[in-house]
Design a binder for this molecule. Structure first.
Ligand code: COA
Length: 317
């Protein structure tokens, strides 16, 4: 049996902020941001919009696209580094909003790689028989942990959510392989300078951008090669790469390293910026809904983030 992606959904906050508007808030320019990152706009959560509310909106769309009812869902795995509360999990908030009274629900935290970790865990649990249908969500409100006076980080991130429904089925389609990694020696390269057990505050995001960039290209190309090998495929078999949307230069460099043509890479970083754990399912939903990704396509998902953590999945859609 395999875990098949039955439906996808996504949600963005109402407020879109382009680079020109950002340049009125911090010392930056549209030219600098576009040249270094490819980002042109991002969506920023307003009053009443939270990680769980965006996750819920994405989940409702994914469940509808799957042709299921919320009560069909037996497992919710929500990836986030920006939960509504330290506890309970945002997954249980989404569960309550969906009106599901009994299912397995928990959050997974691997920052920008969170969705790949969540997908891998949900895949194992579906194949192991814990649930017939699982909701896998990546949702973030990074705007709430950004230092809006630090131009080296605040221009890079945005808010949003993406979700998919996995169902266990026999056949060719489904998740073919996943590969996950972490190397905690680098946990000071990209981190938040607060937390419940250290400062007792939420803290702000801090990053050594150049170091992150250097590791990202190497790790992502390696894990993509690894997951394709595990699935018995070559890079030339891939129909679509759905990467974590951190930076256009990272997307280009990774595709080049694997010899993948840029036309096969789904890009949303220009519109959404880096939405951390939400970026892969958001990009997947965009490419499914605009008709680029078709049933039967071989797609690879990949991400890298704080920790460092990184991972990939090969999926017959
Ligand atoms: N606007 C204008 N100038 C800026 C700026 C901004 N938003 N941010 C930084 N600068 C300036 C710096 O102060 C520096 O000026 P100086 O040369 O006078 O000191 C100059 O631009 C170059 O900064 P640098 O940090 O060396 O730029 P870079 O080419 O490394 O690009 C990143 C910076 C962040 C875009 C790049 O390192 C990157 O993409 N890293 C990966 C980040 C990432 O994707 N993280 C998430 C992974 S999940």
């Amino acid at each position: 049996m395999r875990s098949v992606i039955r439906g996808t959904g996504s949600a963005l906050p109402k407020r879109r902020v382009d680079n020109a508007e950002l340049a009125q808030m911090v010392d930056t320019t549209d030219e600098w941001i576009v040249e270094r990152t490819g980002i042109r706009s991002r969506y920023i959560a307003g009053d009443g919009e939270t990680t769980a509310s965006l996750a819920h909106e994405a989940a409702v769309k994914a469940i509808a696209a799957a042709g299921l009812e919320p009560t069909d869902i037996g497992l919710i795995v929500l990836a986030t580094a920006t939960p509504d509360h330290t506890f309970p999990s945002s997954a249980t908030k989404v569960q309550a909003l969906l009106g599901i009274n009994d299912c397995i629900a928990f959050d997974v935290h691997a920052v920008c790689t969170g969705f790949l970790y969540a997908l891998s865990v949900a895949d194992s649990m579906v194949r192991g028989g814990s649930a017939k249908a699982a909701l896998v969500i990546g949702a973030e409100t990074f705007s709430r942990i950004l230092d809006w006076e630090d131009r080296t980080t605040c221009v890079l991130f945005g808010d949003g959510a993406g979700a998919l429904v996995l169902v266990g089925e026999d056949g060719e389609a489904g998740i073919l392989a996943t590969r996950l990694h972490a190397d905690g020696r680098h946990n000071d390269m990209l981190y938040v300078d607060g937390g419940p057990s250290t400062t007792g505050t939420v803290g702000k995001l801090r990053m050594k951008g150049r170091e992150v960039f250097r590791h990202a290209v190497v790790n992502l190309a390696d894990v993509l090669g690894e997951v394709l090998n595990a699935a018995g495929h070559e890079p030339s078999d891939v129909d679509w790469v759905v990467p974590h949307q951190a930076n256009m230069r990272i997307l280009d460099a990774t595709a080049r390293k694997l010899g993948l043509p840029p036309e096969k890479v789904v890009v949303t970083v220009d519109q959404h910026a880096n939405t951390s754990a939400a970026s892969v399912p958001l990009a997947l939903d965009v490419a499914v809904r605009d008709g680029r990704i078709q049933r039967g396509d071989l797609i690879v998902l990949e991400a890298m983030g704080g920790g460092f953590t990184w991972g990939a999945a090969a999926v017959r859609y």
